[in-house]
Ligand binder design. Structure first.
Ligand SMILES: Nc1ncnc2c1ncn2[C@@H]1O[C@H](COP(=O)(O)OP(=O)(O)O)[C@@H](O)[C@H]1O
Ligand SMILES: [Mg+2]
Length: 422
C-alpha cells in the first residue's frame, strides 16, 4: 500500500464524517468535499514524493472513464445505506453502490442512466450540475411495477477527485413512496373523520333551529326531534371515543404488552358483558370456552376491546334472532405456537371483494347499514392495531349466505415467564 494512502483515507473520511455529523452540510456535499479533500492530500503528498507516483492508467476510450480507483471513496460509497450513483459526462453510470442496485433492480453499471431514469426534471438537473457544478434537488416519479416517488440530489465531483480523473455527477436517490403514502393516508383519515363528525353535527344544528322556530310550540315534534338529536350526539360521542382509542393504541403499538392473562377468560368476560344486548335482540350467544385457558402476554383491557368489537359486530350484522358462537379455533398447521379464538355468526356473510379492506379505517360494506346500527367504521381498525401490538393477527372467513368467522390469533405466552395478572 503506498504511504500516502492512509493519511488521504483518514482525511477524506474525517472530513466526510465531521461535516455530516455537524449537520453543516448534507451527507452528499460532505461526501463530495471529503472526496475532494482526499484527492488534494493525495496530490500534495504525491507531488512531494514523485517516486511514489500512481501506476500509469490504461488508455481511455472516448466517453468511457477509467474504472473507479479502489480506496477510501469506494469503501465509503459501498457502505452507505443511501442509494448513490456516479454518472459520467457521457451519461453512463460509472459506479452504483449496493444500495442503488437494491433500489433500482434494472440498474447496470456502464449503461446510460436514461435507461433507468427518464424523468425530464432529473435529466435536466444532471446536465446542469455537470456544467455549472451547483448542487440540485429534484422530485419525480418512476413507473416500474408500481409508481414510486423519488427525491434525488445531484452534486458535482470535480475532475481528478479520489473517484476518478473525469468530473462526475454524484446522485443520491431517496425513495419517498412510503412517506408519501403515509401522508396521503393521514390526510384521507382527517378528511374522513371530519366528514363523519360533520354529518351528525349538521343534523343536530338543523334540529335546534327547527325547535327554535317552527316546532317551538309543537310538543310532539319536539319529543321526536330531541330523540333524533340524542341519537346523533351519541354517534358523535362513539366516534370521538373510537378516535381517541385508536390514537392511544397507536401510541403504545411499539410497547410489548407486559402482563400474562388467560385468553379464554378475557373473551368470556367480554361476551358476558354483552349478554343484555343479546337478550334484547333475541340472539343466541354461545360461549364454548374452557375456564383457565391459555396464557398470553397482553394488555387485558385492549384484548377485551378486541373481543367486544368482534362480538358486537357478530350480533349487529348477524341480525336479530341469529346465533353467535365463541370457541377455540382449530390450531391447524398454519399457526403453530399460536392460540386462536373464533367468533362466528349466522348472518348474511361478506362478499370476497370486501374482506381484505374491512380493517381499513372507515371502510364499511354498507355505510347506511353500519350507521343505522350505531357503527363508526373504526371497530376493526382498532382490532387490527391492538393485535399488531400483541404480535397477533385477525383472520376473516366469510361467504355470502354462510355467515362470518373472525378469528383472533395470538402467540402463547412463554410459560416460564412470570404470571403477573392471571
Ligand atoms: N360479522 C360481520 N358480518 C358481516 N359484516 C361485518 C361483520 N363484521 C364487520 N362487518 C363489516 O365490516 C365493516 C367494518 O366493521 P367495523 O370496523 O367494526 O365498523 P362498524 O361496525 O362501526 O361499521 C362493517 O361496517 C360491516 O360492513
Ligand atoms: Mg363494529
Amino acid at each position: 500500500m503506498p504511504r500516502w494512502f492512509l493519511p488521504a483515507f483518514a482525511l477524506g473520511v474525517g472530513a466526510f464524517s465531521a461535516l455530516a455529523a455537524t449537520g453543516a452540510l448534507s451527507p452528499l456535499s460532505a461526501l463530495a468535499i471529503g472526496a475532494a479533500a482526499s484527492a488534494a492530500v493525495l496530490a500534495a503528498i504525491t507531488t512531494r514524493e514523485p517516486a511514489e507516483a500512481p501506476l500509469p492508467l490504461p488508455p481511455l476510450e472516448a466517453n468511457d472513464p477509467a474504472p473507479m480507483p479502489p480506496g477510501a471513496g469506494q469503501v465509503l460509497l459501498a457502505r452507505l445505506p443511501t442509494p448513490i450513483l456516479l454518472v459520467a459526462r457521457s451519461g453512463r453510470v460509472y459506479y452504483a453502490n449496493p444500495a442503488a442496485h437494491q433500489a433500482l433492480p434494472r440498474l447496470e453499471t456502464g449503461s446510460h442512466f436514461a435507461h433507468l431514469i427518464r424523468a425530464p426534471a432529473f435529466v435536466e438537473a444532471l446536465s446542469a450540475t455537470l456544467s455549472d457544478g451547483d448542487e440540485r434537488a429534484v422530485s419525480f416519479t418512476l413507473h416500474d411495477k408500481s409508481e414510486r416517488f423519488i427525491e434525488a440530489r445531484v452534486a458535482l465531483l470535480p475532475a481528478g477527485s479520489a473517484f476518478g480523473l473525469e468530473a462526475l455527477a454524484l446522485v443520491q436517490i431517496d425513495d419517498r413512496t412510503d412517506a408519501r403514502r403515509a401522508e396521503q393516508m393521514r390526510s384521507d383519515f382527517i378528511a374522513n373523520a371530519s366528514h363523519e363528525l360533520r354529518t351528525p353535527l349538521a343534523s343536530i344544528i338543523g334540529y335546534i333551529e327547527t325547535l327554535q322556530h317552527h316546532a317551538r310550540d309543537d310538543p310532539a315534534a319536539r319529543e321526536r326531534f330531541l330523540g333524533i338529536m340524542a341519537r346523533e350526539a351519541g354517534r358523535m360521542q362513539r366516534l370521538v371515543n373510537d378516535l381517541m382509542s385508536l390514537g392511544r393504541i397507536e401510541m403504545t403499538e411499539h410497547l410489548r404488552p407486559g402482563e400474562v392473562h388467560s385468553l379464554e377468560d378475557i373473551a368470556a368476560e367480554s361476551a358476558a358483558a354483552l349478554v343484555p344486548m343479546a337478550v334484547q335482540d333475541g340472539i343466541d350467544l354461545q360461549v364454548r370456552l374452557d375456564p383457565g385457558g391459555t396464557p398470553v402476554a397482553c394488555d387485558p383491557d385492549q384484548l377485551a376491546q378486541v373481543f367486544t368489537n368482534l362480538i358486537d359486530n357478530a350480533m349487529k350484522y348477524g341480525g336479530a334472532g341469529g346465533t353467535v358462537r365463541i370457541a377455540r379455533a382449530d390450531p391447524g398447521k398454519a399457526s403453530p405456537g399460536r392460540v386462536g379464538i373464533a367468533i362466528s355468526d349466522s348472518g348474511p356473510g361478506i362478499d370476497r371483494e370486501h374482506i381484505p379492506r374491512l380493517t381499513e379505517r372507515f371502510y364499511r360494506v354498507s355505510v347506511t347499514s353500519s350507521r343505522n346500527k350505531g357503527g363508526t367504521g373504526l371497530g376493526l381498525a382498532i382490532v387490527k392495531h391492538i393485535l399488531n401490538r400483541h404480535g397477533g393477527r385477525l383472520e376473516i372467513a366469510s361467504a355470502p349466505g354462510k355467515g362470518s368467522t373472525f378469528t383472533v390469533w395470538l402467540p402463547r405466552a412463554d410459560t416460564r415467564a412470570s404470571r403477573r395478572g392471571a
